[in-house]
Design a protein. Sequence first.
Length: 154
Amino acid sequence: MNETLKAKDIMTKKVITASPADDVEQVARLLTKHRISGMPVVDEERKVVGMISEGDLVLREKKVEAPGYTEILGAVLYLDSPKKFFDEVKKVMALQVGELMATKVYAVDADTGVDEVATIMVEKGINRVPVLDQEKRLVGLITRQDILRSVYSR
């Protein structure tokens, strides 16, 4: 990989975004219309507050099963985490992007090397990385496809 290549050299500058208040179904239509697998969720100042992806939307269709439990001397003991169950129910019932989006976001700045961006994607198991300016506002997005194009189309 060319070590001098930077995020700004390969990022998509016209990024389709969502807001936390957007309707989940509207975002699903945007993903399919634009043939993208995810997008940043930004606030009014274009600061990234989360990411929403096909995986999040597919999760809404998941069959949620109540945690197993046993009763001993009148006390209920859960065999699985009830918190996990309630978190899954919240996601399945989500109507707005803010209720469904991933809030742990790994971002880079425009001068980050493409090799470092690729490393973050692989180590964190993510498909896209927002590129932020000094004020932490969105200026671009890098996907796995962007990295492949930059490395293998030269």
